[in-house]
Design a protein around this ligand. Structure first.
Ligand code: HEC
Ligand code: HEC
Ligand code: HEC
Ligand code: HEC
Ligand code: HEC
Ligand code: HEC
Ligand code: HEC
Ligand code: HEC
Ligand code: HEC
Length: 438
């Protein structure tokens, strides 16, 4: 016990020394020298005594920080109040514990936050000994983000490590209570980005969150709880490199999940045309925060439809759009015809399983055709549409066969009824012709 206590004291001094050094550096190497902070190796049982009088008193103060520390991932590594704030944790008296000469630095400024958190988290040696699989690039990426660039220029209202992770009660990122757990991210960003007052000095819209919650992605994440599949803000903007994605990066960002759409698009004649004109690949047609489900109305060259935004009647793009609309809608109509036929057969008690298998295959094909729009190629689409029609024809064929089966069965029933009747008459006659028994 005494030993860990002494260690933590030494550690505190080593840390304040490294912080003092860090203050002079504003670059990534701020964490140099933090390799000997708080015992490496294994995480420990949380030892409240280590946090000393700071904790004891702050368990009773209004800020509630003492309670939060108990739930903090850092506590199990012996990272205590003095590690981050300096001061003398052996002193039960407030003033004495923070007296000059103890390295006490009070609450930290935005820049100090970033250097403090980034100092340990960017220190490869330090993190390797403790949580080797945890990335160590947060600070480096942060400086490339719009947040980091502005902080570097002295703007302190941007997000720092603490805005997104809090300063106390820090949890693992996959803990459902963490502010950066997928379903909590949109609200964490919205804390600033949807606050028109807070953002009023910045020349930037504040509608991202409002649009996102109504989008297909927002609904999938926040209503269907699709934590693994649906993108939160950081899936498109990066965790630490938050910047509006450059036009070139968008296909990759959307393509991380919609890879086939991205591959098709990149192979299409639109890709080079978009690049030349700096049009944002997926976003030019789908939007960014307000992305919705698409529908058949999407394809088309009428004013207001997707293709009509950029193409005029008669040009090559509009011609292809027209082909997409006509061919896909005729395929859709065939589904109605098949449906009618199969319903009739089914209500008459016939087995239509075989026909339904073909319908299912054709429906899958139509889903694929919607994706194949992104090839912007008539031959590619044609091939799929032929396949769909073949399946639809097979379904019709099977449906009619089922109805023919019904005819056969009816005919069979008539024959056996007649036979039965004949037999009955025959038996009746036979019975009548028998001599009476005595
Ligand atoms: C006897 C109670 C007590 C002790 C011991 C104590 N604090 Fe505090 N601390 C407070 C109170 C109360 C405040 C609220 C501001 C004030 O009244 O000065 C505070 C404020 C703070 C602040 C906010 C910034 C500031 O200076 O106002 C920090 C950071 C802090 N304490 C850290 C520590 C650390 C680190 C230790 C141990 C080295 C410690 N405290 C020991 C009672 C205490
Ligand atoms: C991992 C580093 C770290 C640890 C450990 C830590 N703090 Fe802090 N603390 C910070 C940072 C960073 C801030 C500044 C937050 C900001 O910029 O909003 C802060 C702010 C504070 C404040 C100002 C008010 C507030 O709620 O933000 C108090 C009080 C405080 N800390 C007390 C403590 C006490 C007491 C402990 C130990 C029980 C402790 N801190 C442990 C990093 C830490
Ligand atoms: C704009 C919000 C934001 C800021 C600023 C921010 N983070 Fe993060 N951080 C996140 C998100 C979001 C995640 C990832 C969550 C996920 O992957 O599920 C994350 C993940 C992490 C992780 C887990 C490992 C990893 O990289 O995925 C660490 C450690 C971390 N951040 C530390 C920091 C440090 C240190 C800073 C300051 C230099 C910082 N963060 C600044 C939002 C932020
Ligand atoms: C003294 C070094 C040190 C400082 C300072 C520090 N951290 Fe950490 N941090 C660690 C270590 C070690 C871990 C691994 C804890 C564990 O999970 O066992 C960690 C874990 C984390 C995690 C959890 C990552 C995960 O999902 O496993 C986050 C988030 C985080 N820190 C953010 C911060 C922020 C924000 C600050 C600044 C307020 C900060 N850290 C300051 C050393 C530090
Ligand atoms: C503490 C408040 C705060 C939080 C939290 C915050 N941001 Fe920011 N963010 C800002 C400010 C302020 C700017 C600077 C606005 C500007 O660019 O002029 C900014 C800029 C940005 C930009 C660059 C915008 C542009 O076009 O210049 C992006 C992208 C961004 N933030 C995304 C995010 C994401 C994603 C999250 C959540 C993971 C987040 N932010 C959390 C305050 C915040
Ligand atoms: C599906 C991907 C995606 C998601 C999810 C997403 N964004 Fe964006 N965001 C983008 C793209 C793409 C741009 C830039 C478009 C452009 O170049 O015009 C952008 C731009 C921004 C900007 C710059 C200003 C603006 O409106 O153009 C901010 C700020 C921003 N997003 C914040 C957020 C926040 C906050 C969230 C979560 C509530 C979020 N984004 C979710 C893709 C996304
Ligand atoms: C030139 C306009 C345009 C561009 C660029 C575009 N799309 Fe589409 N996208 C459409 C149209 C039109 C549909 C509607 C097809 C339908 O529903 O019948 C669609 C449908 C979709 C669908 C739903 C159908 C499916 O495949 O599951 C997704 C997902 C999609 N697009 C993603 C993307 C991605 C990712 C990119 C960027 C690589 C992109 N789109 C680029 C026009 C475009
Ligand atoms: C992290 C994965 C991920 C990223 C990144 C992503 N999406 Fe999605 N997207 C999904 C999921 C999952 C769904 C299905 C949501 C649902 O229907 O519940 C979806 C649905 C869609 C749909 C509606 C599909 C339909 O069936 O009508 C479109 C369009 C779309 N995304 C376009 C985009 C575009 C454009 C981008 C880039 C700006 C993008 N997505 C980025 C995962 C992602
Ligand atoms: C954001 C604007 C935009 C939208 C929306 C758009 N296109 Fe285009 N498209 C272009 C541009 C720009 C070109 C290149 C025209 C040129 O080279 O003259 C192009 C070219 C084409 C070409 C190739 C023509 C050629 O000259 O090789 C086809 C085919 C095409 N588009 C089909 C479509 C279809 C189908 C849609 C709707 C699903 C669509 N486009 C939506 C901008 C757009």
């Amino acid at each position: 016990m005494m030993r860990t206590f002494t260690i933590s004291l030494c550690v505190a001094f080593a840390w304040s020394a490294s912080l003092a050094a860090a203050e002079e550096l504003t670059d990534v190497s701020a964490g140099e020298g933090s390799g000997d902070i708080a015992g490496a190796g294994q995480p420990q049982e949380i030892d409240e005594l280590q946090a000393g009088e700071c904790l004891q008193c702050h368990l009773t103060t209004e800020d509630g920080v003492g309670e939060l520390w108990r739930d903090d991932v850092h506590a199990r590594w012996g990272i205590t109040c003095v590690t981050c704030h300096g001061g003398d944790e052996t002193q039960p008296d407030k003033e004495l514990s923070k007296r000059p000469g103890t390295g006490y630095r009070g609450a930290l400024t935005a820049l100090e936050d970033v250097e403090l958190c980034g100092g340990c988290h960017g220190d490869v040696e330090y993190m390797k000994e403790r949580k080797p699989l945890l990335p160590v690039d947060q600070l480096q990426k942060y400086w490339t983000s719009e947040h980091g660039k502005l902080l570097n220029k002295g703007e302190t209202r941007v997000a720092t490590c603490v805005s997104c992770h809090h300063a106390h009660g820090i949890r693992e990122i996959n803990d459902a209570k963490s502010p950066v757990y997928a379903v909590n991210v949109p609200a964490t960003c919205a804390g600033c980005h949807a606050d028109a007052d807070y953002m009023s000095d910045f020349d930037i819209k504040t509608d991202q969150y409002a649009e996102y919650v109504e989008s297909v992605h927002g609904k999938a994440l926040l209503e269907k709880n699709d934590v693994r599949g649906a993108p939160a803000c950081n899936d498109c903007h990066g965790n630490h490199g938050a910047a509006p994605p450059s036009v070139d990066a968008i296909t990759n960002i959307c393509g991380a999940c919609h890879s086939y759409n991205a591959d098709l698009f990149l192979g299409s004649p639109l890709a080079p045309a978009f690049k030349e004109r700096s049009l944002a690949d997926c976003v030019a047609c789908h939007g960014k925060h307000e992305i919705t489900h698409t529908s058949e109305e999407w394809v088309g060259a009428k004013p207001g439809s997707t293709c009509g935004k950029c193409h005029e009647q008669g040009d090559e793009g509009a011609e292809l759009a027209l082909y997409f609309v006509d061919s896909m809608s005729s395929v859709r109509q065939s589904f109605d015809e098949i449906h009618e036929l199969l319903t009739e057969a089914e209500t008459k008690g016939m087995d239509v399983t075989e026909a339904e298998d073909y319908v299912e295959a054709a429906r899958q094909g139509l889903m694929q055709a919607r994706t194949l729009v992104h090839s912007f190629s008539k031959p590619v689409m044609e091939e799929k549409l032929v396949e769909i029609s073949e399946n639809q024809a097979a379904a019709l064929e099977a449906g009619y066969a089922a109805l023919r089966g019904l005819e056969d069965r009816r005919r069979g029933l008539l024959v056996s009824t007649v036979l039965l009747l004949v037999l009955t008459i025959f038996v009746a006659l036979k019975i009548r012709s028998l001599p009476p028994t005595s």
